[in-house]
Structures are given as structure tokens and as C-alpha cells.
Design a protein around this ligand. Structure first.
Ligand SMILES: Nc1ncnc2c1ncn2[C@@H]1O[C@H](COP(=O)(O)OP(=O)(O)OP(=O)(O)O)[C@@H](O)[C@H]1O
Length: 411
């Protein structure tokens, strides 16, 4: 919902605003780049302007640009808006136009904010704006003001050189602009959890390099296709980041592992996976690994077993879903469009022994596994191929250089 003649989208960020001025300016510039990439990818004509604390998309297609902003990390909210000069007259007139188009009875309120130097304050805007709305609709309706919970809110944000009039504040994902952290390798399976974990890492500004282990007889084309498809959904959030999937052929090694090891097999598989991910990370300049593991979700994810598999990589392993319940993950996956109803009897479920160990020491895991297991992992990682993903846009913007990512937690 937007006022008549809206030709801008006012974009707000959150955590970026608590950085030092210099870091904030850099992060806002990155957010502007990412918004431009979103416009490009969706074929929306427009440009992005940065003003301290806010970004403004100038476009005639405010509905599509608002959708794009709402799928951009770092954006807390976005409002399709009409831009007028910062005077009470101009604001009154824009509010009256908006009221004639969007007020159809019931209660209304004017929410006014102001920053900069003006010869009026936000209370003046609220009072005069409210009156303008009232006068615009009183002949046709019986308007009533409710400032606490109105049916329609007419909002005004007055900045130093202009004022924005809008009716909607669309929520974005929040977080930090993508590319403001160094990249991570994301271990993505065809399951529900790992895409959510990768999305959460991206939400905090870290581009991910998706890695899928192709499991030979334990996996299958459907499993792989699902992994690639869910990464495609994630790619909608990151049109200027290369999210093509690094596919590691792990089937042979897993068969050898399954022949050699029984009840600690899953733990050795996890060690294999971390080492393979570490190898990819070294090649692509990623600094850690992110997985969809959660405490107690499977026997290999008890607190004891997560401790037992540490040591296969020197890189930190981040588990953003560590304390999430399955229902919470499913709800988020549905939200993101990465959820799929089909359960597949593949992957870890097929590789798991009948009686997996739930609390083993690291020494026992290592003693039971083939001596060369971690070398097999490195060899498999070296034999990887990349599989393109489809974000579902018509066009695809060019890839972002991971080296560009800045480490910007200076504060
Ligand atoms: N074939 C695979 N390729 C890449 N990563 C994998 C693979 N299988 C598992 N992982 C990683 O290990 C984590 C835990 O493995 P788990 O057995 O719980 O996976 P899953 O249930 O098949 O998938 P998910 O955790 O995504 O729902 C996954 O979240 C993912 O990060």
C-alpha cells in the first residue's frame, strides 16, 4: 500500500546504526550496493541513495522495489513513499492525497517523526497532518482519530531536506549487509536445517560458500537436487554473491568408511565432512564452517558427540541452530521457502548404524576409523565440481569478490 505518486522506498537498517560513524558509512555503502544488485536481478529500474541512517530507492516501481528491499539483509523495514519538500504545507497536501485514496472509514492516526532543522516539530506535523486527513475525507466518511491502534496509519518522516509520506512499513530480515563479514563455508544437505543455518549466517553479513557432499549409494540425485534447489532459494537473498554449490564426491570414501567402522561411523563421517569443508575454505578464503546441527537432534549431535568430532578441523564450526527446536526450524524454513515436505530415506539416515554411539570419546572415534580418512576427505574436496543454482530471477548479477568483504566489527 503506498500513497499516490509514490516514487521512492525509504529503507531503514538496525544494527548498522550502532557502529561508529566510519563503519556505519561503509556498511551503508555496502547495503546500497546490495540493494542495487537486488534491483538489477529483478529488472527494476531505479537507483539507491544513501543518507546517514537511511537509504532511499528512487524508482517508479515502488511495490517491486519494496519486495526487493524486504529480501535484503540488513534491512529492518522499507516503506514505499511519496517525497515532498519538508514544509507543513507540502506534507498536509500529500497526506490529504493519501487519505483520499486509502481511507475508507474507521479510525486513523498520523505518526510523525522528524530529524534535522525545521521551524516546526513532530507534534505540529501530527496535529496539522491529522487535520488535513480529516478535512480530506470528512464529507464522505465519519472519521475518528485513534493514535494507539488506528485502522489506517498515515506516516511522515521529515528529514533535513525532504519529507517522506507513507502508509506501510514492510519488515525486512534485519541483520547486517551481506559482505560485511568474511565468508563461511556452509555445509548444506538436502535437509531442512542446513539452509536455515546458512541463511542465518548470511543474515549477519557473512556470504556463504555452499558445500554439498555427494553421498554415492547413501545419497542419490533427489537428495542432491533438493540441496541445490534450496540453495537457489537462498540465492534470492544474495544476487551479487556466487552461491553455486561446491559438490564433493564422497560416495567412495563413505563406502570404505561404512565397511570399516560400525557404531562410531556417523562421527567419523562428520570428521570427514569438516575436513572436506576446511579444504574448500582454504581455497575460497572462507574463515569458518556453518552447519545445521542442533543439540540432541541426532545421536551424532549430542553434546558429547559434538565434542568428540572437534579436532578434525582447525576452523571454528558455527551452529546457529544449536538451541532451536525442530518446530522452530520448520517454521523458519517455511518462511524462507526452503522447507520441503518430502522426507527422504537418504544421507545420514541411510548411513547410520543400527546402534549409533551417543557419547564416545574423541580417541575412540579416531582409533576406530581408517588412518587415511581425513586425507580421503581432502582428496574428495579437491575433486569437487560446482553446480549452478537458480535463484528464480530472470537475470543474474555478477559475482561478488569474497575478498572484498570487510571485517567491520571495529566497535
Ligand atoms: N550430504 C551433506 N552435504 C553437506 N552437508 C551435510 C550433508 N549431510 C549433513 N550435512 C551437514 O551436517 C549437518 C547435520 O547433519 P544431519 O544428519 O542432521 O543432516 P540432515 O538431517 O540430512 O540435514 P539438515 O540438518 O540440513 O536437516 C547438516 O545440517 C549439514 O550442515
Amino acid at each position: 500500500m503506498h500513497p499516490p505518486d509514490a516514487d521512492a522506498v525509504l529503507v531503514r537498517h538496525g544494527d548498522v546504526g550502532i557502529k561508529s560513524d566510519a563503519v556505519q558509512a561503509r556498511m551503508e555503502a555496502r547495503l546500497a550496493e546490495n540493494l542495487e544488485a537486488q534491483l538489477d536481478a529483478r529488472d527494476i529500474a531505479g537507483s539507491v541513495e544513501t543518507e546517514y541512517g537511511r537509504l532511499v530507492i528512487h524508482t517508479d516501481d515502488v511495490a517491486a522495489a519494496t519486495d526487493a528491499a524486504a529480501e535484503t539483509f540488513g534491512v529492518v523495514s522499507a516503506s514505499p513513499a511519496t517525497v515532498v519538500e519538508p514544509s507543513l504545507d507540502a506534507i498536509r497536501s500529500a497526506l490529504a492525497d493519501a487519505a483520499r485514496e486509502h481511507y475508507h472509514g474507521g479510525t486513523f492516526g498520523v505518526d510523525a517523526r522528524r530529524a534535522g532543522r525545521h521551524d516546526f516539530d513532530s507534534r505540529d506535523v501530527g496535529r496539522e497532518g491529522g487535520q488535513a486527513v480529516w478535512e480530506a475525507v470528512e464529507d464522505a466518511f465519519d472519521p475518528e482519530v485513534d493514535l494507539d491502534d488506528p485502522d489506517v496509519t498515515f506516516s511522515v518522516e521529515v528529514r533535513e531536506t525532504r519529507a517522506f509520506v507513507f502508509l506501510e512499513k514492510r519488515a525486512g530480515p534485519g541483520g547486517m549487509p551481506l559482505g560485511t563479514q568474511r565468508p563461511l563455508v556452509a555445509l548444506v544437505s538436502g535437509g531442512i536445517d542446513s539452509p536455515v543455518a546458512a541463511w542465518l549466517a548470511m543474515k549477519r553479513g557473512a556470504p556463504v560458500v555452499p558445500v554439498y557432499l555427494e553421498l554415492g549409494p547413501y545419497g542419490g540425485p533427489d537428495h542432491e537436487a533438493r540441496a541445490v534447489e534450496t540453495v537457489g532459494r537462498l540465492a534470492r537473498w544474495a544476487p551479487n554473491v556466487d552461491l553455486d554449490v561446491h559438490r564433493i564426491p564422497a560416495g567412495d570414501a563413505l563406502e570404505r568408511l561404512a565397511d570399516a567402522v560400525t557404531n562410531t561411523r556417523m562421527l567419523s563421517f562428520r570428521r570427514f565432512m569438516y575436513r572436506a569443508a576446511e579444504r574448500v575454505a582454504a581455497d575460497v578464503g572462507a574463515v569458518s564452517i556453518v552447519t545445521g546441527e542442533a543439540i540432541g537432534q541426532k545421536s551424532s549431535q549430542t553434546t558429547a558427540n559434538m565434542a568428540a568430532v572437534a579436532g578434525a578441523t582447525d576452523l571454528p564450526v558455527h551452529r546457529p541452530l544449536l538451541a532451536w527446536d525442530k518446530q522452530e526450524v520448520v517454521a523458519k524454513a517455511r518462511d524462507l521457502g526452503t522447507y520441503t515436505d518430502a522426507t527422504m530415506d537418504v544421507g545420514c539416515d541411510r548411513l547410520a548404524p543400527d546402534q549409533p554411539a551417543t557419547a564416545v570419546s574423541r580417541e575412540r572415534v579416531v582409533a576406530a576409523e581408517p588412518d587415511a580418512l581425513l586425507e580421503w576427505a581432502e582428496d574428495a574436496a579437491d575433486a569437487r565440481e560446482t553446480v549452478p543454482v537458480d535463484p528464480g530471477f530472470d537475470g543474474r548479477a555478477s559475482e561478488d569478490d569474497a575478498d572484498d568483504a570487510e571485517v567491520s566489527n571495529a566497535r
